[in-house]
Design a protein around this ligand. Structure first.
Ligand code: C2O
Ligand code: CU
Length: 543
């Protein structure tokens, strides 16, 4: 089927935490409208920009075969939609089934411009689990009392870390542990004995989150729109960009329970107050109040072991009825080692708020990405020279103990660049993300556009290219589009470059993206017309 939607991006007033401000929304809604489709459908979205600044919309995790033109990241696949402009985007759900989301992909407007995407199985096929009674998107987000445009500008000017948010949100609401928020608490009414599918999305700008439901174990059945082997857990860790599908059995005796999310922040010494957002699960027909309702146990803010303990247990389902959509590459044609680092640049004036009066930066293989002024995709297609280089390095410029406490000065300051990695059509790629301790070690949720990858291994310390590959899971690794590289550790992913086009890869922590922790792949056309990029659609926003 072909479905059509209208997205009007505009300012709308919202009140949270005792004050009102104008935020950027789609159709006046926050979080924005949910897109529903069946696998195989195409959704056409007419995006109108009624804001007074540039915006683009990205369909996070939708592979968009042969059609990078409608992917959305600004200056990568398109120029932004200018105020008063319009762009019609085709979103094709040929390869995914489950939960994804859409969000703005320019500056920090995704703080409020985001919503869920739900892809149902094709007609006459079914879920990989018993059909739940009800399905509910659970969108985790952040709220600042200040205007997000001001937060972003101050962040750029100071050269330091951005102001932390004033609240975390569940479906746009902080929950009643925050001031003035009793009314602003999401409530899920359940019936005893029934099962519920929670489609959890982390739309927060800056933080990986822990999430749990008091008194209930939940069963993970999917992540990033691909089924997983059922996994019973007490809590989950979810990265910005990631989605996790949870089955909840309403089988507990009390009338109310909290669900809650809180920050997982591995950076040393960063503990913030007031970071627990809550929502209520209310059992229908029960009136004996259990007050206060029980709060779930959530791991401590810097509990890296708890974080990887969850993430490391995900396995793709790979069953006969629900096989993996793309096979796991058993051998690879290309091997890359990419360091992902927070760095510093020297500061010319003394207003810089980074360590020792420097300006914070970030890099992949010590190149801090500089956004071009026309899109890489357009420059590639029309052979426009001087927009990007094709010399993105396959390995870091220097080999060292990346996670040691003292690191060579040479890697502290990255070089600026707009470099891409060119891949042959159908190349099979192994990409190892190596975290470093250059300025400060922390987790990096790395996200790839245009395909999902198999997470075949991960570990702490330096990746050992002799020993570690022997421990890879090449049987049932999880198929994801975002993987949190653990603090002072590494993660190895494999994918097949089946999708011709220009595809962005970046850390999904917004501050790291703004500092330059990103690069792009160009996947070349294949030999047949079905393996070639589509021509540019009409109405691409002008640069
Ligand atoms: Cu959520 Cu570049 O994407
Ligand atoms: Cu990062």
């Amino acid at each position: 089927a072909v479905l059509r939607h209208k997205f009007v991006i505009k300012e709308t007033n919202y009140t949270r935490l005792c004050s009102t401000k104008s935020i950027l929304t789609v159709n006046g809604q926050f979080p924005g409208p949910t897109l529903y489709a069946h696998k195989g459908d195409t959704v056409i979205v007419d995006v109108y920009n009624k804001a007074n600044y540039n915006v683009t919309i990205h369909w996070h995790g939708v592979k968009q075969p042969r059609n990078p033109w409608h992917d959305g990241p600004e200056y990568i696949t398109q120029c932004p939609i200018k105020p008063g402009g319009k762009f019609t985007q085709n979103v094709t759900f040929s390869l995914e089934e489950g939960t994804l989301w859409w969000h703005a992909h320019s500056d920090w407007s995704r703080a409020t411009v985001h919503g869920a995407i739900i892809v149902y199985p094709k007609n006459n096929t079914s879920y990989a689990f018993a059909k739940p009674h009800t399905e509910v998107p659970i969108i985790l987000g952040e709220w600042w009392k200040q205007d997000i445009v001001d937060i972003y500008d101050e962040f750029l000017q100071s050269g330091g870390d951005p102001n932390i948010s004033d609240a975390y949100l569940i479906n746009g609401q902080p929950g009643d542990l925050y001031p003035c928020s009793k009314q602003d608490t999401f409530k899920l009414v359940v019936e005893y004995g029934k099962s519920y599918l929670l489609r959890v999305i982390n739309a927060a700008l800056q933080d990986i989150l822990f999430f749990a439901i008091a008194g209930h174990q939940v069963t993970v059945v999917g992540t990033d729109a691909s089924y997983t082997k059922p996994l019973k857990v007490d809590y989950i860790t979810i990265s910005p960009g990631q989605t996790i599908d949870l089955l909840l059995e309403a089988n507990q005796p009390k009338d109310h329970y909290y669900m809650a999310a809180r920050v997982y922040s591995s950076a040393t010494g960063v503990e913030f107050d007031n970071t627990t957002t809550t929502a209520l699960i209310q059992y229908k027909g029960r009136y004996t109040p259990s007050s206060p309702p029980p709060l779930p146990y959530l791991p401590y803010y810097n509990d890296t072991a708890a974080s990887v303990n969850f993430t490391g247990r995900l396995r793709s389902l790979a069953s006969g009825e629900h096989p993996v959509p793309i096979t796991v590459p058993q051998t690879v044609t290309h091997k890359f080692l990419f360091t992902v680092s927070v760095n510093t640049f020297p500061c010319v004036n003394d207003s810089c708020a980074g360590p020792n009066g420097s300006r914070l930066a970030a890099s992949v293989n010590n190149i801090s990405f500089v956004s071009p002024s026309i899109s890489i995709l357009q420059a590639y297609y029309y052979h426009i020279k001087g927009v990007f280089g094709t010399r993105f390095p396959s390995k870091p410029p220097l080999e060292f103990n990346y996670t040691a406490d003292y690191l060579p000065l040479a890697v502290r300051t990255p070089r600026n660049g707009t470099e891409v990695k060119v891949l042959k059509y159908n190349a099979t790629v192994e990409m190892v993300f190596q975290g470093t301790n250059v300025v400060a070690g922390t987790d990096h949720p790395m996200h790839l556009h245009g395909t999902s990858f198999y997470v075949v291994g991960w570990g702490f310390g330096n990746f050992d290219k002799k020993k570690d590959p022997k421990k890879y899971n090449l049987v049932d690794p999880p198929l994801q589009n975002t993987i949190a590289v653990p603090k002072n550790g590494w993660a190895a992913v494999r994918f097949q470059a089946f999708n011709p086009g220009v595809w962005f890869m970046h850390c999904h922590l917004e501050r790291h993206l703004s500092w330059g922790m990103e690069m792009a792949f160009i996947v070349k056309d294949g030999p047949t017309s079905e393996s070639q990029m589509l021509p540019p659609p009409p109405g691409m926003p002008p640069c």
